[in-house]
Design a protein around this ligand. Structure first.
Ligand SMILES: Nc1ncnc2c1ncn2[C@@H]1O[C@H](COP(=O)(O)OP(=O)(O)OP(=O)(O)O)[C@@H](O)[C@H]1O
Length: 779
């Protein structure tokens, strides 16, 4: 395997994590198989550079892969071995620019599966310092004679703030630390979500809170959110002498939280919980004898800034979250990576808070404060897992040492603790953390693409070929990788910037997740070789596919025909491995999907049954209610009908009674008249006519009111009798036609002087009318 094609933009080292119980390994009675072996170096003196990945013995046809790195650090390698053997020292020296000029930007990053030891390597542990602390140590010691003391150099703050191209809030370390940390004599319970190795003393409960009562929040049992330390001394007690003149303004900042117009000094942001000042810092490994060259003709100042890339957005880690206006929720404002007025040709993270640190201790304290802010959430894979990509920037400001010092220039050392890649399935995460895992994996995939591409082109002069603008992470990591011309507006001159020197330390757990580790190594290794165990018959088909070369482009330059064949076979084998893995994944997904389908079908069925049951019940209830209402209505209607019918009968009876009485009266009158006058033929005729009318009337009554037919006999007998009486009366009428005045009087209500016959007719007509009207009412 040719390793000459080593990465042009990154040196890539591999560090293996020592075995032992890990958070990410699920409980198992059998020890996990080691899938990674380190190849023997060709000579005894040479460090190992190659490793082999042996896939686990399962059904999948996976190739044995061999990877090459700049150097491989095995499990027993110490932090000091890493520090001395990974090129961190040249990186620091490059930033200091011992030969004059601005120096060269340096980037140190760790990449690996979650839990593989990235944070341990870069930030250290409780007893061992990481590469960050060691780099700071050697940096500060190397410029100890040239570094400016911010407490005594009056113009330092102002000149640095003026020269900063990134619209930063430049602040002295003392001011910043006073707003972040409580007095050592007043320990708080503030706890870091990302416990860092530097804080040896634990956090204290409220019972141990020795600060004045005003700073203790009784409700939640932690130090109050009233930000400024109302502890034993004023937050301004440490204001350096040169700033005493602006003390009043600074005080105003603190209490109004808004900077004065035109003022460059930023207000310290109030904190919710003050952190405890670390009392003891780890000292090991000891590198007190190690220094690098610095520019002896220059004076230096160090600015520390920290930010994280979380869900593809940049957040300042040194500006604590502030409560929102509408909601009381603490929110952080995302920052932009953009060109600024003073840096038109080069993107910078704009608006960061930058802290001038005169000593290493101050720098470490700022680091501790930043780590506290870093978003860390426990996941199934690693109980203290970094859920963001953390950036720690050490800007080394440099200017020519003279009575009239020139403008500040310099370079930066950026140390990146990348979030661990993980399988969402393994992480057992939910909701927001699942989204985090997706974003992390996506950004790492883009990083892998950039690493592969930059290896393939083998040149650092073609930025367009490295697709680093796909996400914030790769933009931040690679934008300084190419030579650029910087034109600071206030200089009115342009100067060439050197491309950054970058080191990537890949961490791997040989007993961890094979697939995830293999993927990371494929992305990051400088070269690889594949031993094909068995080429399936589909290989030829796959070989024909040009897409394969898109995914796994050859890493070496031009190849001979046999090499080409071999590479093609490797590509095919890798493609087969990838496809079979994908198929397995899809099969799992399909099985899950089928289970879910069966579940939802059963649910649907039971829901349908339930709906039908409910519908039946409702129908029955409605029907019963309707039935009851109908019965009630029917009963009411019958009662009304009977009452109405009785009323009609009564009415009819009364009418007939009146008619009978009237006819009786008429007959009496007639008798009297007959007594006075002789019989006449006209009266006889009229009598017949009346009989017919009465008969007709009776028929009408009978046909109009069938319900009364049963009563008819009674009425008929009465009517017969009445008719006989009428007949008799008519006979009498023949005798006397005219009533006497006395008879008129005796008749009472019946007035008028017409003949009785006319009256009978009148009643008959009236009765007819009424009968018809009554029937109409009844209907
Ligand atoms: N070289 C090592 N020596 C001893 N312990 C180690 C080493 N590497 C890792 N560990 C331990 O393994 C655990 C996980 O390591 P660490 O937190 O550094 O992983 P990580 O890759 O940073 O994980 P994440 O990406 O989730 O943050 C820690 O307890 C750490 O102390």
């Amino acid at each position: 395997m040719d390793q000459s094609s080593k990465s042009a933009l990154f040196e890539v080292y591999l560090r293996l994590r020592p075995g032992g119980p890990t958070n990410n390994s699920s409980f198992s009675l059998t020890a996990p198989d080691r899938f990674l072996t380190v190849e023997e170096p060709p000579t005894e003196d040479a460090p190992p550079t190659h490793i082999t990945l042996n896939p686990p013995n399962d059904n999948r046809r996976r190739a044995v892969e061999k990877f090459a790195f700049t150097k491989v650090f095995e499990e027993e390698a110490s932090q000091l071995d890493l520090f001395g053997g990974t090129g961190v020292l040249p990186l620091v020296e490059g930033v200091l620019g011992p030969q004059g000029g601005d120096g060269r930007d340096g980037l140190l990053a760790t990449l690996g599966v979650t839990g593989s030891g990235k944070t341990h390597t870069i930030m250290g542990s409780k007893s061992q310092r990481g590469l960050t602390q060691l780099a700071l140590d050697v940096l500060y010691r190397s410029i100890s004679n040239n570094i400016l003391d911010p407490n005594t150099t009056t113009s330092l703050h102002a000149t640095i703030a003026a020269s900063d191209p990134s619209e930063a809030q430049v602040m002295s370390a003392q001011m910043f630390l006073d707003t972040m940390f409580s007095d050592p004599a007043a320990p708080s319970r503030a706890s870091s979500r990302a416990p860092t190795p530097m804080v040896l003393a634990g956090t204290l409960p409220i019972a141990q809170c020795k600060s004045p009562p005003s700073t203790c929040n009784v409700e939640d049992g932690v130090l109050g959110t009233a930000a400024l330390p109302t502890v034993s001394r004023s937050p301004f007690s440490n204001i350096p002498s040169y700033m005493q003149s602006t003390f009043a303004q600074a005080r105003k900042y603190v209490f109004t939280k808004s900077p004065l117009k035109g003022e460059s000094y930023p207000p310290p942001t109030p904190r919710r919980h003050l952190l405890q000042r670390p009392s003891v810092l780890p000292q090991l490994p000891n590198i007190s004898n190690v220094t690098v060259n610095a520019d002896q003709h220059a004076e230096y100042a160090i600015l520390i800034s920290m930010y994280e890339v979380y869900n593809d957005r940049i957040f300042d880690l040194l500006t604590p979250a502030l409560p929102g206006k509408s909601t009381k929720e603490f929110r952080r404002r995302p920052l932009l990576f953009k060109p600024t007025e003073q840096s038109p040709d080069r993107k910078v993270v704009a608006g960061l808070r930058k802290i001038i640190c005169g000593t290493m201790r101050e720098a470490l304290m700022v680091l501790e404060a930043g780590l506290h802010e870093r978003r860390v959430a426990g996941t199934g894979s690693n109980s203290v897992s970094s859920r963001s990509h953390g950036f720690f920037c050490v800007e080394v400001k440099k200017r020519r040492r003279s009575r009239a010092p020139g403008a500040w220039g310099g370079s930066a050392l950026t140390i990146v603790d990348l979030a661990g890649s993980e399988r969402a399935r393994d992480a057992k995460t939910q909701g927001a953390t699942l989204q985090e895992a997706g974003k992390i994996n996506e950004s790492l995939m883009y990083l892998g693409q950039c690493l592969q591409m930059q290896s393939d082109i083998g040149s650092s002069t073609k930025p367009n070929l490295v697709p680093f603008r796909q996400c914030k992470l790769t933009e931040l990591l690679f934008s300084n990788s190419f030579p650029s011309t910087s034109t600071p507006s206030h200089h009115h001159s342009s100067h060439n910037r050197n491309p950054q020197k970058a080191i990537m330390i890949v961490t791997a757990d040989p007993l961890g997740d094979f697939n995830a580790t293999s993927q990371i190594l494929r992305y990051s290794a400088l070269a690889r070789e594949i031993t094909v165990p068995r080429i399936p018959s589909v290989t030829s088909t796959i070989l024909a596919q040009s897409t394969a070369s898109h995914y796994f482009a050859p890493r070496t330059g031009r190849a001979s025909p046999t090499e080409t064949e071999r590479e093609t076979m490797e590509i095919a084998a890798l493609e087969i491995a990838r496809l079979s893995e994908e198929i397995d994944g899809l099969r799992d997904a399909l099985r899950d999907e089928q289970d879910r389908r069966v579940e939802s079908d059963a649910h649907l069925e039971s829901m349908t049954d339930r709906i039908m049951e409910v519908e039946m019940t409702v129908r029955e209830e409605v029907f019963a209610e309707m039935e009851a209402k109908m019965q009630e209505e029917m009963r009411r209607w019958k009662v009304n009908l009977a009452a109405e019918s009785d009323r009609n009968d009564e009415h009819l009876d009364r009418k007939l009674e009146i008619l009978t009485k009237t006819m009786d009266l008429g007959a009496d009158e007639e008798d009297k008249e007959n007594a006075n006058s002789g019989p006449g033929e006209d009266l006889e005729l009229e009598n017949d006519q009346l009989r017919r009318e009465v008969a007709q009337l009776r028929r009408e009554l009978g046909s109009r009111s069938p319900s009364k037919s049963q009563r008819m006999p009674l009425r008929e007998s009465r009517s017969n009798r009445t008719l006989n009486d009428i007949g008799r009366s008519m006979e009498n009428l023949r005798i006397s036609n005219a009533p006497t005045p006395q008879q008129d009087k005796a008749r009472g209500g019946v007035s008028g002087s017409g003949s009785p016959l006319k009256k009978v007719r009148k009643f008959t007509g009236k009765k007819w009318d009424m009968g018809a009207g009554d029937e109409g009412d009844m209907l």
